[in-house]
Design a protein. Structure first.
Length: 137
């Protein structure tokens, strides 16, 4: 039986390459990465097309706790588990459980969708003045 190349959605390929979705879309439009179009006009990336773009060295292990936030200026960072995601219209209500305390933030629905926030995921609340921002971790 011949080997069948698995086709990935652009978001899946971006995750595999550890790049953002917009970056991958730019690569597709520029012809940097080979794609196959579905009958509906959607791009699918053969898994074999990712091989030349994969980093030659393995990605370093995930840093612990606050070390992974050093590139963010906000210092009040609380890591917890998402307990509720409620999207309505242009806004999303995200609730985090941090040490048995609940903290809720209102963010744009687009941001919640882009970060693919789901119940049970680990996320951080970045607190600055009266604003609370959510970061998927």
């Amino acid at each position: 039986m011949p080997d069948v190349d698995i086709l990935l959605k652009p978001r899946e390929a971006a995750l595999a390459l550890n790049v953002s979705y917009p970056t991958l879309k730019q690569w597709i439009l520029a012809g940097t990465i080979t794609t196959v179009k579905t009958p509906g006009g959607h791009h699918r990336i053969p898994q074999s097309a990712l091989t030349p773009l994969l980093p030659s060295q393995p990605t370093p292990a995930r840093k612990s706790s606050r070390e992974r936030f050093r590139n963010v200026s906000g210092r009040n960072q609380l890591v917890g588990t998402i307990t509720n995601v409620k999207i309505s219209g242009l806004l999303a209500q995200i609730t985090l459980n941090i040490a048995d305390q609940l903290i809720t933030s209102i963010i744009t629905a687009d941001a919640a969708r882009e970060m693919q926030l789901r119940k049970g995921q680990t996320a951080a609340a970045l607190i600055k003045s009266t604003e609370v921002m959510i970061v998927r971790v």
